[in-house]
Ligand binder design. Sequence first.
Ligand code: ZN
Length: 122
Amino acid sequence: MGFLKKLFGGGEPKKYVDTQGVYFYVECANCGSRVRVRADKQHDLQNADGGYEWHKTIVDSRCFRRMQTVVQLDSNFQMTSHEITGGRFMTEAEYLAAEEAEKRAKAVAEAKESANEAEEDA
Ligand SMILES: [Zn+2]
C-alpha cells in the first residue's frame, strides 16, 4: 500500500492509467480541429504480421468530415506506419502543445474582452 501511495502521490487523486487503450491524435485537414481517438487493444485492433492493425473512420466535432485511417502497430502498440485521408496524424506532444496554445489564446481574448468591458463601464 505504501508503495502504491508513493506511486500515486499520496493524497492527490489517483491518476487513472488506461492500459487497455491506445491513443491516436489527428488533425482534420478541412477545419483544423484536433481529435483524440482511443482504440481498445482487445476490441479495436486486429492481429497482423506479429503486430496489430487499426482501421477507423474518425469524425471531428466541428465539420464532421470523415477521415479514413489504417494504422500499423508493432507488438508493443507503437505506430509503425499509417495512412490517412482527410487529415493528418499528430504526436501526443504536438496535440497537447496545440491544445495549450488554443487555451492560452482563448484566455488572452477573454482577458481583452473583460478589459474592454471595464473601459466601457468607466
Ligand atoms: Zn473538420
